[in-house]
Design a protein around this ligand. Structure first.
Ligand SMILES: NC(=O)c1ccc[n+]([C@@H]2O[C@H](COP(=O)([O-])OP(=O)(O)OC[C@H]3O[C@@H](n4cnc5c(N)ncnc54)[C@H](O)[C@@H]3O)[C@@H](O)[C@H]2O)c1
Length: 268
């Protein structure tokens, strides 16, 4: 243990115990990383998001827990200024954030509203570019840095029920490749992990999610669903020195599901 000893990084996207970002944070902390966290600011009187994120991360000795609505450029800028103050140079950022209005996710893709499309692309894709913009200047150490997004196979091939989020993930995957080509000269690596289905808050908004779990269990080469911890292991590799020549990659952590052309013949 100690793959990430001496490294400092930012984890964006913890909502609760089940979040993929939570498992990633636990594993990275176990591997020696020092961490900062952002949370989606609460609207109105409630302070549930902030409290939940503070509760979930309290065992991880965070160097910073601060609010950041990635729909607001000023928030992202302010957040990374706080990161710089609390941590100095950083080595990695995990972007584990997505959103689409439920009604625009549940309907057929071609029925999604203009506003729903814009907000899905804004929070799930543009925010990644903006995070890279503000995080890159903090990645000044000799080893450069690592930025990692969370994506899904529904951006590469049609997965019934994934709908508008598939369109957003396709744009996210392409954003990863362009950003990787742009930041490579600064030794900043940019990748995404394409995770198989994991039961989380965001996943509950996706139609047919239970069927997806069954599909992966029965039809992936490894005949098993993944856990959020499996994603953490891949994220730790990418942030570590072992990932030093890997960039622009969509790393599938899905039991191999994505290699299958047909999962089952009708008479099987
Ligand atoms: N769960 C899965 O099956 C699965 C599979 C593949 C990829 N992913 C991706 O993993 C990532 C994390 O999702 P999750 O499944 O852990 O669900 P989650 O609901 O726990 O995480 C989503 C996060 O996005 C944050 N968020 C939404 N709008 C925001 C905003 N405006 N500003 C800041 N934060 C905002 C939420 O607060 C939450 O922390 C997403 O990109 C998701 O698409 C999930």
């Amino acid at each position: 243990m100690g793959l990430l000893k001496g490294k400092r990084g930012v984890i964006m996207g913890v909502a609760n115990e089940r979040s993929i970002a939570t498992a990633v944070a636990r594993l990275m902390h176990r591997e020696g990383a020092e961490l900062a966290f952002s949370y989606l600011p609460d609207v109105g009187e409630r302070s549930r998001n902030e409290q939940r994120v503070r509760d979930v991360t309290k065992d991880l000795s965070p160097l910073l827990v601060a609010s950041c609505d990635v729909g607001q450029d000023e928030d992202i800028q302010k957040f990374f200024a706080q990161v710089q103050e609390a941590m100095g140079p950083i080595d990695f950022v995990i972007h584990s954030i997505a959103y689409a209005p439920t009604e625009d996710l549940k309907c057929p893709t071609h029925q999604a509203s203009r506003n729903g499309f814009a907000s899905a692309m804004d929070i799930s894709v543009y925010s990644f570019l903006a995070v890279a913009r503000y995080a890159a200047p903090l990645m000044t150490r000799e080893g450069g840095g690592s930025i990692c997004a969370m994506t899904y196979f529904g951006g590469e091939k049609v997965m019934p029920g994934y709908n508008l989020m598939g369109v957003a993930k396709a744009a996210l995957d392409t954003s990863v490749r362009y950003t990787a080509s742009e930041l490579g000269a600064q030794k900043i690596r940019v990748n995404a992990i394409s995770a198989g289905p994991v039961k989380t808050l965001a996943a509950s908004a996706v139609g047919d999610f239970k069927k997806m779990l069954g599909l992966y269990e029965n039809s992936s080469p490894l005949k098993s669903n993944i856990t959020a911890e499996d994603v953490g292991a891949a994220a730790a590799f990418l942030a570590s020195d072992y990932g030093r020549m890997t960039t622009g990659e969509i790393l599938h952590v899905d039991g191999g599901y994505h290699i299958m052309g047909v999962t089952q013949y009708a008479d099987a």
